[in-house]
Unconditional design. Sequence first.
Length: 191
Amino acid sequence: MRRLMIRVALMVAAPGLLGSVTAAGASAATGDRFVLVTAANSPFGKRMAGSTLTSDANGKLVSAELNYGRGDYGMLRARADVAAEWERFHLEVWGKLTWTIRSGANQKFVSAELNYDWKNYAMLRARADVAGEWEKFDLYYNQTRDLWAFKSKANGKFVSAELNYDGDRNGMLRARADYIGPWEWFRMGGA
């Protein structure tokens, strides 16, 4: 509820700050564009190994939580200050338009968990051995800001870092946003 109130206030007061995507991929207020990254226009080719992802909203590296048990095993969270193996990911094009993300630590594909309840709905987890629909993402890039965004192919939602959660859920990545705003901005680092 708090996040909704903050977003509404930001949208009324300063719509250009959110950098949201219109149907054409441009922010209506700033002209910044998040462009769909394909095999043909990718700045790093068809594969990037050992990349780090950093949430622009909290400045933390994304980790695959391999010490969590059961349904939380492999949860992706923006929570680390230093890049180790849990913070390394491989991106690879699947076909010509779609991307997969694989954890460098356990070599599992990242899934959007669409069978979870409301608070954990579409949680990202590094847990799949094969890439099905839940493991495919659209990748977007904003060259002006050097920011990246991910959109789940399974539910059509952008990936957010949940910064309003407490404890071991703080910074959890979920595919649940309708547009690209500050919680959906990520920076990518090389190997």
